[in-house]
Structure formats: structure tokens, C-alpha cells
Design a protein around this ligand. Structure first.
Ligand SMILES: O=C[C@H](O)COP(=O)(O)O
Length: 241
């Protein structure tokens, strides 16, 4: 049975104070939502502690935006999976295109990070997607199949979420057509050994397009950037029709 998961990726936004303001406003706005819809907030590392306390007793779960592959070690600036697990983090985004683009993340390091997260009971949200140039060159399918093949070596598909995030749709307002996102997500599902993996769509998801996105049969949720920063907007997304 595939789970519905709506996750907010706050990227490098929100201080601790702003985090608490968000939580206070957001919690009450999703009270009546079907509990079968999982809701996750992936906050910056510095906000995870206050978020964990602020979310106590609510059904909103805690997510991080990256994790190192070693359990500990001399890796200045990195965070290990046991550190995240200890403060109540359940999910972690891995292989986001911004990590691949700006921080040299490769399919090999993505694979190591996925396995580290799983070793410590975290559920990874693996991001895959093609650039505009790759799409225009008709390479979408090849790029995604290749990413999955490398990223998922020895990864347990029973504890995995995948987000299809076309790079050209991220933060641009240029959403992938719902039917096209559905087609690509179907293609992703066809590469997996577990048909029950939750596969989200991400890229300019907003209150005014979430209903159409979630009406697609292959799409099991959304990974939301900019529109997850505002409690009213993110609550509307969680409360999709
Ligand atoms: O992880 C989230 C994605 O990068 C989407 O960001 P966006 O909703 O601001 O386009």
C-alpha cells in the first residue's frame, strides 16, 4: 500500500524564532486533515531541535536536508545519521539537485548517504530529475533511469521515498504538467523492485496546482520548497482536494 507524503523542504530558510512562529500557526491549520496523509517538515539543522520540541504531540514528522555517510569522523561541517536519529528526525532528503549542482554530490555519494540513513532507521527521500538541457535533448528517461540505477545499489526499497524533481521546475514557477509528471513517475516506478515506494513530485508546487498534481494516479505526494515556508500556503497544500 503506497503512503501519501507531503513534505516541506525549507532549504536555507528560517531561524529558530521563525520556526516556532511557523509551527504555532501551522499545527492548528492541519488538525482536520486525514491522518493517512503524512506531513513532514525538512528544516535546516539549526532549527531541528526547536522544531522537534514544537512538534511534540503532533502528527507532523521531522526531516533533515542531508546526512553524511559515515557514522562519525573527521568531516568538518557534516552531520551523521545517529545525530539526526537522536533528536527525533525520521526522514532525510538525499541527492537534492541543489546538493548535486552546488556541492559536488554524485550518484556514488548519494548511494552512500542513502545506505547510512537506512542503517540508522531514517527514511531517505531520494531526489532525481533532469535539467532543462537534458529534457530538450530528449534525455529525460535516460537520465532518470541512470540516476536510479546508481543511487539505489544495495538500498532497501522497503524504507524509501523518491521525489521526482525536474530541475527546470524548481523555484521557477514553471511546474511540470501534471500529466507529464505522472508519466515520468510511472517510469520511475517501473524501475523499482518494490511497487509500494511512495513517489512524490517536486518543483513549483503551490496551493493552486496541488489538487491537479495529487489527482494523478502515480503521484503519491509532494516535496514542496518555497510554498512550504508560509503556514497558510503549506496547510492548503496538505489539505489538497
Ligand atoms: O525540494 C523542493 C524542491 O526543490 C522544490 O522547490 P520549489 O517548490 O520552491 O520549486
Amino acid at each position: 500500500m503506497r503512503k501519501i507524503i507531503i513534505a516541506g523542504n525549507w532549504k536555507m530558510y528560517k531561524t529558530q524564532e521563525e520556526t516556532l512562529e511557523f509551527v504555532q500557526a501551522f499545527k492548528s491549520k492541519i488538525e482536520d486533515t486525514d491522518e493517512a496523509r503524512k506531513v513532514i517538515l525538512c528544516a535546516p539543522f539549526t532549527a531541528l531541535g526547536v522544531l522537534s520540541k514544537g512538534l511534540h504531540g503532533s502528527r507532523i514528522e521531522l526531516g533533515a536536508q542531508n546526512v553524511h555517510w559515515a557514522d562519525e569522523g573527521a568531516y568538518t561541517g557534516e552531520i551523521a545519521a545517529p545525530m539526526l536519529a537522536e533528536i527525533g528526525v525520521s526522514y532525510v532528503i538525499i541527492g537534492h539537485s541543489e546538493r548535486r549542482q552546488y556541492f559536488g554530490e554524485t550518484d556514488e555519494t548519494v548511494n552512500l548517504r542513502l545506505k547510512a540513513a537506512q542503517r540508522h532507521g531514517l527514511t531517505p527521500i531520494l531526489c532525481v530529475g533532469e535539467s532543462k538541457a537534458q529534457r530538450d535533448a530528449g534525455e529525460t528517461e535516460n537520465i532518470i533511469i541512470n540516476q536510479l540505477k546508481k543511487d539505489l545499489v544495495d538500498v532497501d526499497q522497503n524504507n524509501l521515498v523518491i521525489a521526482y524533481e525536474p530541475i527546470w521546475a524548481i523555484g521557477t514557477g514553471d511546474t511540470c504538467e501534471a500529466l507529464e509528471a505522472n508519466r515520468v513517475i510511472g517510469l520511475i516506478r517501473a524501475q523499482l523492485t518494490n511497487p509500494n515506494v511512495t513517489i512524490q513530485y517536486g518543483g513549483s508546487v503551490k496551493p493552486d496546482n496541488i489538487d491537479e498534481i495529487m489527482a494523478q494516479p502515480e503521484i503519491d505526494g509532494a516535496l514542496v520548497g518555497g510554498a512550504s515556508l508560509d503556514p497558510t500556503s503549506f496547510a492548503r497544500i496538505v489539505n489538497y482536494q
